[in-house]
Design a protein around this ligand. Structure first.
Ligand code: CA
Length: 669
C-alpha cells in the first residue's frame, strides 16, 4: 500500500474507459445529494470559553466524542454524545478549555459503532496519530514567528527547487548534524562534514537554491512513532492525518506540541536563510481504505468507486479520493490554506495531481494567492491508473493551460535528456542516444508554442500544452525512479565516473538554462547515489542518506552546480514569463548532427544585460565543430567547466564543443 506508483504517463490511459464507466450504474451518484458543510470550525475548536466539537457525517445514526488524558494506552475519561447540527454535522461541547486532553470520534453507521478516529481535521495528534490532541497553537510559535515570511516570489520561474527527505539530509554521521532525521536538522547552523565543509542549511545557502521541497511531512502511517530507535525509513506517501506534522520527524512524538513547534522552527530557520519551503501533499489517496479517517467519519463519501462498488485506484495505492465532490474539494482547499496560514508554507507540490479535477486545483491556486501572492503550486500531471473522473476534468499535464497558477512536471525533458524512466538502460540526449533532440527542444521552450519546435516529433507530448513557461517544472531526477547518478551508471556500462559526472553536468545544464522552473534532487550536486535502488521508499538510511563527505571528493561537481544556479539567478533571460517572449527571443540554429542542439537567447531577453546568449549542447561522445557569429563573447561554459561570470573570452568563428558538454557564450552587444 505504501508503494508509490507514479510517473505512469497519462498517454497510457485507455481513452474512453471513464465514459463507459459513467454510463453504467454509478455507485457514487448518491453522494452528490449529501449536504456539505464549509464552516471553519471542523472538527474541534478551543478557547478560554470552551471546547467545541463539530463532525461532518451526514449519514451517521449517532456520533460520540471520547476524551482521554493521554495519547495512548488509557481508557476514555468522558464520552460526549453528539447531537445533530445543520448541513450534515454533529455537535458537542464542553464549557471549559480542554488543553492537554486527547479526543477521538466514533459514529454509528448501519446500526454499528465504527472504530474510533481522530477525525479528518486533527491539527495536533499524539503518538502514531491515533488520538487528536487539544493544544494551544499560540504556544507553538517560535520567537519572531509573527514577522516570519518566506522569500517574495513574483514569478515561479525565478524559483530553484531542491527536493529533499528529512532523513536523507541528516542521518549520515558525515552530516555533522545533531538532530538527525528531525525537522530540527535544518535549524542547525555551522554543521560540517569530516573535511570541514558546510552541510545542512549552510550547504543549501552555499548552493543557492531558493526553495526546498520537503517530501511528505504531514502525519503518515508507515513509520512506528512508538519505536523510533528502530530507524525506519519511509518517503511518507501514505497519508494518515493531513493537517498535523509527522511525529517521527519530531524529538517527541508523544508530545503533540513538539512536532508542531519543531516544524515551525525548521521553516523559520529556512526563511531566515532566505529559503522558502514547499510541501509535498498527497490528497489523492489515503494509506487505508475502510479504516481511514475519511471512511470512519463519512463512509464512502470521500472516495471514487467502480461500478461494482469497489474502490477505484488511480493512485496505484488502493484507493483514490474524490475532489469532484464538494466536501473533498473543500477539504483540499482548506487544508492547504491551513498549512499556508499556520505554518507559513511557501508552495505546494501535488502528488498524482491528475486524480484531482481542474476546478479544485484552480480553487487551490486562487485561494492560496489570497493568503500570500508568493505561494505557488505544481504537481504531477498524471495518474498511476485509470479513474472514473473524465480525462477532460483531470488536472493532467495536457490540461495545464486550463489551470491558472498551476505548473506541471515536464516528463518530456526528463526522459529526453537522460533516457526513459521505465527502462534503466535507456539513454537520452545527454548520454548519446539520437532521436531526442526535438523533445529536448520542447523542454527548452517549456512546452510552449514555438515556430521552430516540431511537436509532432515529441516523444511524450504531441502539442504545446503549456500556455506559459510558468506552467512547467523542468527536471531530470527526483525521489522517484533511478536518480540521475544511478541512471547514468545503469545506462553507461563501462564508463568512468568522470564520464558520468560530465553527463550529469550536461543534463543539468540543459535543465537549468531551459525556460520554466528548474528542480533538482537533494545530493545530486554531490554526485550521491542510491546504490541503484529505483524505488527506495522504504529502503534503509544506508541507501537513502546523503554521504556529505562526497562534497569533498566531488568538489568540482558541487562547484559546477553552484555556478549553474548562480548563472540562472543572475540572468533573467533564462526566466522568461510568457510564451510570446520565448517565441520571439529563442532562435534555434540549423544543425544536422545527432545529439547536437544549438540556440540563442536574443534581444536582451526579459531585461537581461546580455544581448545574446549562445548555448550549444553536445550529447555525443565525439567533439563537434560549430560556427559562432563573430563578436566579443564571454565564455560561460566549456568542456565540462562553468563560471557564471565567465571562464574566458572568445571571438566567435569555428569553435569546438567537447564530447558530452555544453558550450555557453554571452555577449553584451
Ligand atoms: Ca506518523
Amino acid at each position: 500500500m505504501n508503494k508509490h506508483l507514479s510517473n505512469i504517463l497519462a498517454a497510457t490511459l485507455v481513452a474512453g474507459t471513464s465514459i463507459c464507466a459513467a454510463a453504467q450504474s454509478n455507485p457514487d451518484e448518491k453522494y452528490l445529494s449529501w449536504e456539505t458543510y464549509d464552516g471553519n470550525d471542523l472538527e474541534m475548536t478551543v478557547d478560554n470559553t470552551g471546547t467545541r466539537f463539530t463532525l461532518w457525517s451526514p449519514e451517521a445514526q449517532a456520533a460520540r466524542v471520547y476524551l482521554y488524558d493521554t495519547d495512548r494506552n488509557s481508557s476514555a475519561t468522558d464520552t460526549l454524545e453528539m447531537t445533530r447540527g445543520e448541513r450534515g454535522t454533529w455537535r458537542a461541547s464542553v464549557a471549559r478549555p480542554l488543553y492537554g486532553k486527547f479526543y477521538t470520534f466514533s459514529i454509528k453507521h448501519d446500526g454499528k459503532w465504527l472504530a474510533e478516529t481522530p477525525g479528518a481535521w486533527a491539527k495536533a495528534v499524539g503518538t502514531n496519530g491515533h488520538r487528536a490532541a487539544i493544544i494551544d497553537f499560540a504556544k507553538t510559535d517560535p520567537e519572531g514567528w509573527a514577522e516570519d515570511k518566506g522569500p517574495k516570489v513574483d514569478h515561479i520561474t525565478d524559483v530553484v527547487l531542491y527536493e529533499m527527505h528529512h532523513r536523507d539530509m541528516s542521518m549520515s554521521p558525515t552530516s555533522g548534524i545533531v538532530h538527525k532525521g528531525k525537522f530540527l536538522a535544518l535549524t542547525e547552523p555551522g554543521t560540517t562534514n569530516s573535511h570541514g565543509e558546510a552541510t545542512g542549511i549552510d550547504h543549501l545557502k552555499e548552493l543557492g537554491v531558493t526553495h526546498v521541497h520537503i517530501l511528505p511531512s504531514y502525519d503518515y502511517n508507515s513509520v512506528d512513532e512508538a519505536n523510533l530507535p528502530s530507524n525506519q525509513y519511509n518517503w511518507g506517501y501514505d497519508p494518515y492525518n493531513y493537517n498535523a506534522p509527522e511525529g517521527s520527524y519530531s524529538t517527541d512524538p508523544a508530545n503533540p506540541s513538539a512536532r508542531v513547534r519543531e516544524m515551525k522552527e525548521m521553516i523559520k530557520a529556512l526563511h531566515d536563510a532566505g529559503i522558502g519551503v514547499v510541501m509535498d501533499v498527497v490528497y489523492n489517496h489515503t494509506a487505508n481504505n475502510d479504516d481511514s479517517n475519511f471512511s470512519l467519519t463519512a463512509p464512502g463519501y470521500y472516495y471514487r468507486h467502480r461500478p461494482d462498488g469497489s474502490y477505484s485506484d488511480a493512485s496505484g495505492c488502493g484507493n483514490e479520493t474524490a475532489s469532484d465532490r464538494k466536501q473533498m474539494s473543500d477539504f483540499i482547499v482548506n487544508s492547504v490554506k491551513y498549512w499556508a496560514d499556520e505554518y507559513h508554507i511557501d508552495g505546494f507540490r501535488f502528488d498524482l495531481m491528475a486524480i484531482h479535477d481542474t476546478e479544485t486545483m484552480n480553487r487551490v491556486a486562487s485561494e492560496l494567492k489570497k493568503i500570500n501572492p508568493s505561494i505557488f503550486v505544481y504537481g504531477e500531471g498524471w495518474t498511476a491508473g485509470d479513474s472514473p473522473l473524465p480525462a477532460e476534468r483531470r488536472a493532467l499535464k495536457e490540461n495545464v493551460s486550463k489551470m491558472e497558477g498551476i505548473a506541471v512536471f515536464s516528463d518530456d525533458i526528463r526522459d529526453a535528456v537522460k533516457g526513459h524512466y521505465s527502462s534503466a538502460e535507456d539513454r537520452g540526449f545527454a548520454t548519446g542516444k539520437p532521436g531526442n533532440e526535438e523533445t529536448v527542444k520542447i523542454g527548452i521552450v517549456a512546452a510552449t508554442a514555438h515556430p521552430q519546435v516540431d511537436y509532432s516529433k515529441g516523444n511524450n507530448s504531441k502539442f504545446a500544452y503549456a500556455a506559459s513557461p510558468e506552467m512547467i517544472i523542468n527536471y531530470v531526477s527526483c525521489h522517484d525512479d533511478l536518480m540521475l547518478t544511478d541512471k547514468l551508471a545503469k545506462s553507461m556500462p563501462g564508463s568512468t565516473e568522470a564520464e558520468r559526472q560530465r553527463a550529469a553536468r550536461l543534463a543539468q545544464t540543459i535543465v537549468f538554462t531551459s525556460q520554466g522552473t528548474p528542480f533538482m534532487f537533494a545530493g545530486e550536486e554531490l554526485f550521491r547515489d542510491k546504490q541503484g535502488v529505483h524505488n527506495s521508499y522504504k529502503s534503509p538510511d544506508s541507501i537513502n542518506a546523503i554521504n556529505w563527505d562526497l562534497k569533498h571528493y566531488n568538489a568540482d561537481q558541487f562547484n559546477y552546480y553552484r555556478e549553474l544556479i548562480a548563472l540562472r539567478k543572475a540572468h533573467p533571460a533564462f526566466r522568461m514569463t510568457t510564451a510570446d517572449e520565448i517565441a520571439r527571443n529563442i532562435v534555434f540554429d540549423k544543425v544536422s548532427e545527432p545529439n547536437l542542439i544549438s540556440y540563442s537567447i536574443k534581444n536582451n531577453a526579459n531585461g537581461d544585460q546580455w544581448k545574446e546568449i549562445k548555448l550549444v549542447f553536445n550529447g555525443s561522445s565525439e567533439a563537434r565543430e560549430v560556427s559562432i557569429p563573430k563578436g566579443n563573447w564571454t565564455v560561460i561554459a566549456r568542456d565540462g567547466q562553468i563560471s557564471a561570470t565567465g571562464l574566458d573570452t572568445a571571438k566567435g568563428g569555428k569553435m569546438t564543443v567537447a564530447p558530452t558538454s555544453a558550450l555557453i557564450l554571452a555577449r553584451e552587444k
